[in-house]
Each structure stands twice: as structure tokens, then as C-alpha cells.
Design a protein around this ligand. Structure first.
Ligand SMILES: N[C@@H](CCC(=O)N[C@@H](CS)C(=O)NCC(=O)O)C(=O)O
Length: 211
């Protein structure tokens, strides 16, 4: 099956994760950030991820893709987690994580930024969402201190964790984005978790491009 993604995109990471966890063959197609035509032709709007199913039809919405593949191939593993502490943690932490990660991802070597115009389009879209990139970079010390405190809490939640459930689809995409941020040091259980998920999902972290 074919999956259309942006490499920076946390929703796309969710869809990629289920392919890796279920060891399904994956043809990954990275859309250019400013390619409006391809997604619009496939699902009627500019969005990622998009799954091309075996029958040639297309499906958007990351968790719909995850549940579709989870139910269809092998034993279901994306079990719901009522009153999830990890989800509550993520609700509080995702915005500062993205404020750190987005301006750094914008400068990274990623397939969706293969042209100057595509990289520029990302800056325009995400400046609308998160504000001026230079200001975000200047805010690194405060943001990193904030995220560092939150990671100390997460470390307790992840100690001894070995199973997979719906929480991983909430958490790993954001921690993957955080892996591009050098200023944040990762506590042991968080780092171990990220490396285990990288191995088991096949969705690589960005440590090699961290700034
Ligand atoms: N609810 C959707 C959200 C997907 C989404 O917002 N994807 C972003 C990319 S990170 C997007 O397509 N943004 C619109 C754009 O690229 O213009 C899902 O879970 O798949």
C-alpha cells in the first residue's frame, strides 16, 4: 500500500507507525509542502497523511488509517486507553514541544522541502499557526526549561513500559518532533522509549539533524 506523507508531520507519523508495528509493506511517498494538486485529486483537499488502499481507493485522517490497518491485518494492537495519563500529559506538553520543533524542522533536510518554494510555503503555513520563527528560536531557553520539567513527569509514566496501545500514537509523534531539538535533554526512560518506538515502528527520529 502507498502512504502519502510529509516527513515532519505528526499525523503522518501515526499512520507510518502502524505499518512498522504490523510489518506491512509500505510505499512511502513524500508530498511537497506546496503540492495542492495531488492530495486534492486523491481526497478533495490539501491534507496528509493519505492512504492508498489495496483496491486503489484513498483514505485521509491519520487515526482512521491506523484503525483501518489495525483491524484488517493481524491481531489488533491499538487498544483504547480510558482516562489516559499519557494523553493528559500530552495535552499539556504538545504546544511547547511544537514551538521548539517547528522552526527547526523548517530548516531540516526533509523530502517535503525539496524545493525553495515548498520550504517557503511551510514557513508561511506554520507562522500562521505558531508565530514568528525567529521569535520561537529566541524563546528556546524558556521553552526548553518548560518541556524539560514536563519530561521529568513523563519519565515516571514511561518507566517499565513495554506494551503498545493507543497512547503510543499520541506520544511518539510529538517526541519524534522533539528529537530535532538539541536544547532539551531527555530523561532515561523517555529516551529508551523513543529508541524502542523508533526500532519497532521503523519511523526514524531526527537526532542526526538536531539543532
Ligand atoms: N485530522 C487530520 C489532521 C491532518 C493534518 O492536519 N495534517 C497537516 C499536515 S501536518 C495538514 O495536512 N495540514 C494542511 C496543509 O498541509 O495545508 C489527521 O489526523 O490526519
Amino acid at each position: 500500500m502507498k502512504l502519502y506523507v510529509y516527513d515532519h508531520c505528526p499525523f503522518c507519523c501515526k499512520a507510518r507507525m502502524i505499518f512498522g508495528l504490523k510489518q506491512l509493506p509500505l510505499e512511502l511517498h513524500t508530498l511537497l509542502e506546496n503540492d495542492v494538486n495531488t492530495p486534492t485529486r486523491l481526497v478533495g483537499k490539501k491534507t496528509a497523511p493519505i492512504l492508498e488502499k489495496e483496491d486503489g481507493s484513498h483514505m485521509a485522517e491519520s487515526m482512521d488509517i491506523v484503525h483501518y490497518l489495525d483491524a484488517r491485518y493481524g491481531q489488533p494492537l491499538v487498544t483504547p486507553v480510558p482516562d489516559s495519563a499519557i494523553k493528559a500529559w500530552h495535552d499539556a506538553a504538545w504546544r511547547p514541544i511544537l514551538q521548539l520543533a517547528i522552526p527547526r524542522l523548517a530548516a531540516a533536510d526533509l523530502g517535503e522541502f525539496a524545493t525553495v518554494e515548498a520550504r517557503k510555503a511551510f514557513r508561511v503555513r506554520q507562522t500562521r499557526n505558531f508565530g514568528d520563527f525567529e521569535q520561537l528560536i529566541a524563546n528556546t531557553p524558556q521553552l526548553a526549561a518548560n518541556v524539560g520539567q514536563q519530561l521529568a513527569e513523563l519519565d515516571k509514566l514511561l518507566a517499565g513500559r513495554e506494551h503498545v496501545d493507543e497512547d503510543d500514537f499520541v506520544l511518539y509523534p510529538s517526541l519524534r518532533m522533539l528529537s530535532i531539538v538539541k536544547a532539551v535533554s531527555l530523561p532515561t526512560a523517555v529516551k529508551d522509549y523513543m529508541q524502542r518506538m523508533e526500532r519497532d515502528t521503523g519511523v526514524p527520529l531526527h537526532f542526526d539533524q538536531a539543532v
